[in-house]
Unconditional design. Structure first.
Length: 96
């Protein structure tokens, strides 16, 4: 029997069977950190949801959606730089 203690993070990161849970945790972390990375958008963006490598951003103002689409590359780079890995490669915007 192995007497080494492992953290939950170590177990999740090293187990292929838990890849789905790891991906869900990473998605939720991006949603949680979005307004930390972009505090200026806190009052302008309705909601943020991450799924796979796509970040879905809901805005109510169509002009803001256009501005965010224009800044898409910058937003993706800032998120990926923060995590030091490619977590996001696409933004999807909605005004509904």
């Amino acid at each position: 029997m192995n007497n080494e203690f492992k953290s939950i993070a170590e177990i999740i990161n090293s187990s292929k069977e838990l890849t789905h849970i790891k991906n869900l945790l990473e998605d939720k972390q991006i949603e949680k950190d979005f307004f930390y990375l972009f505090p200026e958008l806190k009052t302008l963006v309705k909601s943020v949801k991450s799924s796979g490598k796509t970040l879905m951003i809901k805005v109510e103002i169509p002009a803001l959606r256009t501005e965010l689409k224009f800044r898409e590359t910058e937003i993706i780079k800032k998120i990926n730089d923060f995590y030091k890995s490619e977590r996001i490669n696409r933004l999807k915007f909605s005004t509904k």
